[in-house]
Design a protein. Sequence first.
Length: 727
Amino acid sequence: MIDAKKLDKKTQGYFATVPPQEILPIIDNNFQSTVRGLYVIGDVTGIPLVKIAANHGVDVIEKMETSGEFNASQTDQDGPLDLLIIGAGPAGLSAALEAQKRNLRYAVLERSEAANTVRGFPPGKKVYAEPRQLKNRSELSIEGDKEKTAFIKMVEQIIDKNKLNLKEGVEVKRILKKCDHSFSVETNNGKSFPARNVIIAVGRQGDARKLNVPGEEKSDKVVYRLHSPDDYQQKELLIVGGGNSAIEAALMLMDTNRVTISYRREEFFRLKQDNRDLLEQAISQQKLTVLFQSEVQRIENSVVELKIQGKTETVHNDYVLVLIGTNPPIDFLLDTGMELDGIWKPKRVLFCLIGILLAYWVYFQSKYFALLPDAGEHFIPGFQWLFMLMHPRYANLYSMYYLVYFVAILGFGLYWGFRYRHRLIWRRNLSSIFFNWTLWWGLPTLLVSIWGRNPWTPLLTRSLNAWPLNMTAFDLDPIAQPGEPAWWTIVAIVGVVWAVVLTFLVIPIFTLLVGKHYCSHICSCGALAETLGSSYRHRGPKGDVIRWAERFGYVFIPLAVFATLFHLMGYESPLGYYNTVVGTFLSGAIAIGVYPFLGQRIWCRFWCPLAFWMNFWGRWSRFKISAEPGKCIDCNVCNQYCQMGIDIKSRALQGLPVTLKDSPCVACAECIVRCPMEILHFGDLPAEKLNPANRERDQSGILLPILNSLDIPRVNDISMKDRRKHT
């Protein structure tokens, strides 16, 4: 869990279940926030890519025009602006160009300079035109990777050529809403801009993070951005931070200055491999000094006081470069009144409780009615007609629940397959549909419908459902009754033997070879999560506290052992309590009830005993998701959509794989599919995938021609749209 009060003294108080960089505006498919007339585009929507941001600028104007936001009869040269754009990055400039083409009354406000984020790049750093397969629809010339200087020059030429109504050095302080599509935007110079619509395109980099130590206010000594290495010659420099920006600055400054790096951790853990190699070389050549486990305590005119591994030391210093990142503009967005995904407000807490209660009622009531002798006579009030359409043996709440359950897997599995247009998603969803509509549910249901009894239940339902997920896997049932074929007993014995083999041999070997593909490609819990719950995967809680809490899931394995042993000895109470609390309340009522609020993998991460059984064997598994070294752009999309809360980005930046040795990865492939740079791959990196010529390779196999004819958007073009508002 994230408590914003601990992040920065100046931030507002709020409670969130995702890191600050994943707290994003809730917007609809028209980019409109929960405040009518207030739109959000670009980097601030969670996809920090120039080409996508530029396309947002085109799309938002087109959608606003289509929805009638620019009614010609309302245009008044002396009245409010048709459109006010906040931010002059690629998204804001692209929107301004589109607005100008439509002769709209608009203005662009930028608190610094146009393309301010790119201006903060180190000299020589490139602006990548990713995703490669996505067509640039904006007026900005952003095709092809451009070096920082060339990109800024292109932006300045576009502004001058089109004479855009851009006001630089004007910072927006507050957006006041008068009514729908009527705003007054207040700025730092005291001027207000009335506007019918406002587009926020401010990016994700808000104010620089501060150290909050005495002496930091010395503006002539403390800086938060390296503008040019030429500003420092033969100086004593202290660089605070351990990210790529801090290390790149240190490498550029070390030849003409004496550079010391202060980093609060024991080691660097998010460095790109190239930066790591250069840093290690510089340290070995004594070109710079690194102080691990150190924090700035006080900044004086000529010295800096540091606490290094618990001891206070003073070092001579001319300048302090604080390069520890920026705070996302959460406060600014909250002030507008819009809802932000990840932040818990009273309304969200209330809806979450309602979701849990609703799931509790459906799950417990269906289980309860199944135990009654006249289960077929219990219906949902007002829906008797629906039960009359079903087979008599399944015209009850219990059977209806499972019918809806597996129909949801089928319907949403196909929906997301067509929506993503990616072979890995098709493989995952079709696998789940096949196993759930055959061995999990389909064949047993069909046999009971035809024969009145399913003699193959011990084999069919236990063929996939291993202990301890299936707590009665070792029961010898059914036994042949008088007048029934004796071979039914043989089937029951074979079923128990198979359950033992599946649990203690097949599952461990399967995990050692391919990881936890079972959870995302076979298991019925995972099938519902990857289909019905796919819209909510970005809401999975993250953070150190969450990762610490995940460890306690191992307690459910000894609980399952205890309940099973007593059950086999004839004592039913322990198993009854276990099934009520774990098998019904946690796996059904809680896990499904919180889908829209905490993501769809709460059960799998915290309580599923079979998942933790596989986690145990996973430490020796050869499964991994590899990252192409040096190509991660730190966009955080992989972390944002990881339902298991894994810090994939840190590994990708270092060129390290995601394994089961230190993560609960379920091989859903979501990070691979959504990565805009297409640098993540199952297993080792094939040589052909390292070849840039293959980066635009067909990702959908034989389905691509069909999907192209249907004009369905590809995955990298829909990631933002998945953040639509869910109620």
